[in-house]
Design a protein around this ligand. Structure first.
Ligand code: R5P
Length: 287
């Protein structure tokens, strides 16, 4: 039997791109701010797919937990979660005494809530992997295809050591040179970027590639530095477009020629469509 696909609010387009019978889910807020949630079609014996990307996550996480527990309570055979962006993964270590290592807490929470979670390039750095329930779609082939068809003579730039994993893959796929910068984070909204002395971009267009653009400070510092060096205007590519507050406008003002992101989080910068890859992975899980 085909799965039943249920979008959490704001995820209707994502749900529509997935194979299955679209089902309605009523979600609203009680006057006290708590969530009311109701399944409007039977799920007994069905494979239930919840579609919910998890940027700005605190309210969404509660909805996902309530929806998955209710699906199981109503007799669903399996509950799968399609969450193209998984949050909280950057706090993957106790940097200061007493801190919550939210990466582990949230990864464990989601893998208990759903039988499988399909996501795109989760931020893995000090945490080497996620629990086995996670099924990861890689965006590198799509990003490299975009670069190959939109940028002539690219040179790829990864802003920090953890970006090496995807920048090197993207560079290999599109046959471009790359180098990795050294980043020191000085605070939530402050970073210091250092360029390698042997970096060369003569005749090339710098293409910054990072997994998450949040405050945009990492990319803004890099773009400003490149502009001072007199390079061609850089292209900025992010997998997950959090782009908090004025980050998008700030990055444009800093001198980025073009800002392109994957549509794991809906944003005007979305230009790389990961939906078919997600749908394909989900179809393999529900076959
Ligand atoms: C962290 O290491 C990530 O890979 C990104 O580099 C980071 O999240 C970017 O953050 P922001 O846009 O706030 O500088």
């Amino acid at each position: 039997m085909r799965p039943i696909v249920l979008p959490l609010p704001g995820n209707e387009a994502l749900a529509a791109s997935l194979e299955g019978d679209l089902g309605p889910l009523t979600v609203r807020r009680f006057p006290d701010g708590e969530t009311y949630l109701r399944f409007d079609s039977p799920v007994r014996g069905r494979c239930v797919v919840l579609a919910c990307t998890l940027d700005r996550p605190d309210e969404k996480l509660v909805r996902v937990i309530l929806a998955s527990a209710t699906a199981r309570d109503l007799g669903a055979d399996r509950v799968l979660l399609v969450a193209p962006y998984v949050p909280y993964l950057r706090q993957d270590e106790r940097f200061h005494p007493g801190e919550c290592v939210s990466a582990r807490v949230v990864a464990d929470l989601l893998s208990t809530a759903a039988d499988r979670i399909v996501t795109v390039d989760p931020h893995l750095h000090r945490l080497p992997s996620l629990p086995p329930a996670f099924d990861v779609v890689r965006s590198a082939p799509l990003i490299s295809a975009w670069i190959a068809s939109h940028v002539s003579n690219p040179v790829l730039i990864g802003p920090d050591e953890e970006s090496r994993q995807w920048v090197s893959e993207v560079a290999g796929l599109c046959g471009a040179p790359y180098f990795i910068l050294r980043k020191t984070r000085l605070g939530d909204r402050e970073v210091r970027i250092e360029f390698p002395s042997d970096a060369s971009w003569t005749g090339r267009t710098p293409v910054l590639v990072d997994d998450i653009i949040s405050t945009g400070r990492t990319m803004i510092s890099t773009v400003k530095h490149l502009r001072k060096l007199g390079t061609r205007p850089p292209v900025c590519i992010g997998v997950h477009a959090i782009l908090a507050d004025s980050a998008y406008a700030d990055l444009q003002s800093a001198g980025a020629d073009r800002i392109v992101t994957c549509n794991t989080i809906r944003h005007p910068s979305n230009g790389i469509d990961v939906a078919p890859s997600i749908a394909e992975r989900l179809a393999a899980l529900t076959a």
